[in-house]
Design a protein around this ligand. Structure first.
Ligand code: FE2
Ligand code: FE2
Length: 294
């Protein structure tokens, strides 16, 4: 996957999500990821949340060791998902906001991590608040599942990106899927407002998960979105698991899917989608909506 001439700088992110350590984790895939990810020549690894099933110590410990081993090979950033939050310890934040994140923070240092790598800056935004006013919808089943993006989060990310060098690729990570994708369901409550504010952050690409269904798309107005699948047995519709390799070049963003083939116990390259990079000089390729097959 060599970059076309003159398209530097180039940042490559191995984007995985929803490992769900616990009863549903597919250990063959986890082992496969551990072997395969370091071979992709990625600049960094991103895990977009839901590393656990029930925010249990054992699940976090397994996830911690997985990440610890991969961090020996490449820099990594992780954000929490709705499954990683003990929301029942402080519903509606009544007993304080920190209580629900205490266990996660014992194993993973930050709720809003930042990572600078050669050619890029990666920033995590918190979208998981458990049972919280901002995440409520008219569907009661969404209660502890939906996420939301407060204005304070998008403002914080916008400031970080605006202070960073214009040469750096800006990568934003949230757990909840920001596009409806394969399941037709939005991960975020009040998503129209979130979309407007996500566009204002200046991100070149948004990495998310939660949907358990891979996706590559674009928020209307121009920012590319990578949705990674799950490596648990809870894929939607019995489809094979997929993770994404995301490449940000000077004028474009490429999202390459890698599909798990259970019989062969390996990930193989699958579909690839390419999008124009927002704000980048329009020198070559890409139209809004993606020019597949590049
Ligand atoms: Fe999940
Ligand atoms: Fe989730």
């Amino acid at each position: 996957m060599a970059a076309p001439q003159g398209s530097q700088p180039r940042v490559v992110i191995a984007h995985i999500s929803d490992l769900h350590f616990g009863g549903f984790a597919d250990l063959q895939q986890i082992e496969g990821l551990e072997e395969f990810l370091p071979s992709l020549g990625a600049t960094a690894l991103v895990i977009s949340g839901d590393v656990s099933q029930r925010a249990r110590h054992g699940e976090f410990q397994a996830a911690h060791m997985f990440l610890y081993r991969l961090r020996q090979r490449l820099p990594a950033l992780i954000v929490p998902g709705n499954h990683d939050i003990e929301w029942w310890k402080s519903p509606f934040g009544l007993l304080g906001e920190q209580r629900k994140y205490t266990k996660y923070l014992r194993y993973f240092a930050e709720l809003r991590p930042e990572l600078e790598v050669p050619g890029g800056i990666i920033v995590g935004a918190l979208s998981g608040y458990g049972v919280a006013l901002g995440s409520l919808t008219w569907n009661l089943r969404d209660m502890a599942v939906k996420g939301h993006l407060p204005r304070s989060e998008t403002n914080r990310v916008r400031k970080i990106f605006s202070k960073a060098s214009p040469d750096l690729a800006k990568v934003l990570v949230v757990h909840h899927n920001v596009l409806a994708g394969g399941t037709g369901r939005m991960g975020l409550a009040r998503w129209r407002s979130a979309h407007r504010r996500l566009l204002e952050t200046g991100a070149d690409v948004i990495l998310c998960g939660h949907d358990h269904y891979e996706g590559a798309g674009q928020i209307e107005g121009g920012v590319a979105v990578s949705t990674s699948g799950t490596h648990s047995y809870r894929q939607r519709g019995g489809r094979p698991s997929v993770f994404n390799l995301v490449t940000v070049e000077e004028t474009s963003v490429h999202i390459q899917h890698f599909r798990w083939v259970a019989d062969e116990r390996q990930f193989i390259p699958s579909d690839k989608f390419s999008f124009a990079r927002k704000g980048a000089p329009k020198v070559a390729v890409s139209v809004a909506g993606g020019d597949q097959g590049l």
